[in-house]
Design a protein around this ligand. Structure first.
Ligand code: AHR
Length: 496
């Protein structure tokens, strides 16, 4: 039997709600169709935003939304997406399928979407193909209150008051699609561009995000940190889980054997190593820890669904993805003292999406349900916790091992503890004895998401994977004993 200890006396940090953030790019059917259908659509919408998606995301608890890219951000020119829609410039989305981008979703539409979602904003600016002036004026357009050329242009386009930009990213993947730069060069560019992104409102600092490393590029982290440490609030890590590790044949989203399942979980678990190592590198440059780490792109990346546009990155989502989401969010929670934000890629119809749409139809994926189950962690206090666990060996990864049980626990202001545990094994159950230190508890309730690792929700069967009440546990005065089925995510709610 595994032991699970939760210590309410050890209050580690507030879990920034933005660790549960999302990322939506002008890519495939994420923005267009997935979130924005236009005012004239037959799909129910409010000001063009599809109502079913907005409702679902609000219920799930979306705290922040990153936009407009991704690779798209470094070829996006914001002026193309303002003003009269009929005369907005059309462009080719060269990164993603070569389709025509009509710019009908632009700055005003993004802020309207965030208003409807009730979430904070994270705009990614263009360093790769944009100018300092262009970036500077975008920030002025969005945030200047008073008389200025950009504020007047904004008012002319129907918005008198400025918006609030919480985070601003200066370039995306500048080591790759954002300009193929060296870290030293990018670090200098960051300082130059960032200088002219002004904070226009007294007391309201826009949090500046520098482009951070790809996966395990610690050299990038070191060199960029060295340049930006006095200027950036955060530096962003990108890490995707690719089951085969091969970009040319990543593996199917729905058809995989047990070895590939284990390899997926093993690779997702690598997030722990990457966060730990990048933080250590950041500490060596900035021991005062001014600069936070963010993970603004993460998730599974498979071969696209057969018959779909390869440039649209549309993939199905199974219980395997739910396990990836659950373990990753637990890892993020555990690093709450150092992580400021994380953004799963991408909200709808792209990569590890929480929603899939087909015309008027929409389904919530297993990943959606994990985010919803975990939403109470947002802004809670991370507690010290520890679990013993068997290890699972991934044959496809040189027998690298990952834990069968991965957990985190937090407490709200009423002393209610939320413990989320992922049983990552596709085949083995786990027995658990949980003890809460120094506390007598009155009730425990639990919810479970489980199934065969291939189970999915589809348009003709949308509720195959949904959370259910869980009664596979016995309460004790100091905790509980539970048996977790294979491939499961369980949330325990423990009341004092
Ligand atoms: O999320 C898809 C793409 O992955 C993003 O555009 C890019 O930043 C990353 O390479």
């Amino acid at each position: 039997m595994d032991k699970y200890l939760i210590n309410p006396n050890q209050k580690i940090a507030t879990i920034n709600k933005d660790l549960y953030g999302h990322f939506s790019e002008h890519l495939g059917r994420c923005i267009y169709e997935g979130l924005y259908v236009g005012e004239d659509s037959a799909i129910p919408n409010v000001n063009g935003m599809r109502s079913d998606a907005v409702q679902a995301l609000k219920e799930m608890g979306i705290p922040v939304l990153r936009w407009p890219g991704g690779c798209f951000a470094d070829e996006y020119h914001w002026r193309d997406g303002i003003g009269d829609k009929a005369s907005r410039k059309k462009m080719i989305n060269t990164h993603w399928g070569g389709v025509v981008e009509d710019n009908s979703f632009g700055t005003h539409e993004y802020f309207e979407l965030c208003r409807q979602l009730g979430c904070d904003t994270y705009i990614n600016g263009n360093v790769g193909s944009g100018t300092v002036q262009e970036m500077s004026e975008w920030v002025e357009y969005m945030t200047f209150d008073g008389t200025s050329p950009m504020a007047e242009l904004r008012a002319k386009n129907g918005r008198e008051k400025p918006w609030k930009v919480k985070y601003f990213g200066v370039g995306n993947e500048s080591w790759g699609c954002g300009g193929n730069m060296d870290p030293e060069y990018y670090g200098c560019l960051f300082k130059r561009y960032n200088t002219y992104c002004r904070d226009y409102k007294a007391g309201e600092h826009i949090l500046r995000i520098a482009c951070g490393p790809n996966v395990d590029d610690y050299h990038w982290t070191k060199e960029v940190m060295d340049k930006v440490k006095h200027h950036a609030n955060g530096i962003s890590l990108h890490y995707y889980t690719i089951p085969t590790g091969n970009w040319h044949h990543k593996g199917s989203a729905t058809q995989f054997d047990n070895k590939e399942y284990n390899s997926t979980i093993c690779k997702a678990y690598r997030m722990e190593e990457l966060i730990t190592n990048h933080l250590a590198m950041m500490d060596s440059i900035n021991p005062q820890r001014w600069v936070k780490l963010i993970v603004d792109e993460w998730g599974t990346w498979y071969d696209v669904e057969p018959g779909t546009n390869p440039g649209f990155l549309y993939q199905q989502n199974t219980m395997r993805d739910a396990i990836v989401a659950a373990l990753t969010l637990n890892i993020f929670n555990k690093h709450a003292d150092r992580l400021m934000m994380a953004n799963i890629a991408q909200t709808v119809n792209v990569l590890q999406a929480v929603l899939l749409t087909d015309g008027k139809k929409m389904v919530k994926t297993p990943t959606y349900h994990v985010f919803k189950m975990y939403k109470e962690h947002q802004n809670n206090t991370l507690l010290g916790s520890y679990i013993t666990s068997d290890e699972i060996v991934s044959e496809n990864d040189d027998n690298k091992a990952f834990p069968q049980l991965i957990e985190s626990a937090s407490e709200d202001e009423n002393g209610v503890i939320y413990a989320t545990v992922a049983n990552t094994s596709a085949t083995k159950q786990a027995k658990l004895r949980c003890q809460i230190a120094d506390r007598r508890i009155s009730t425990v309730t639990a919810e479970i998401l489980t199934g065969d690792c291939h189970d999915k929700n589809d348009f003709d069967a949308p509720d195959v994977v949904t959370p259910q009440p869980f009664d596979g546990f016995r309460k004790h005065t100091d905790g509980f004993t539970a048996t977790l089925p294979p491939c499961s995510v369980v949330k325990f709610v423990i009341r004092p």
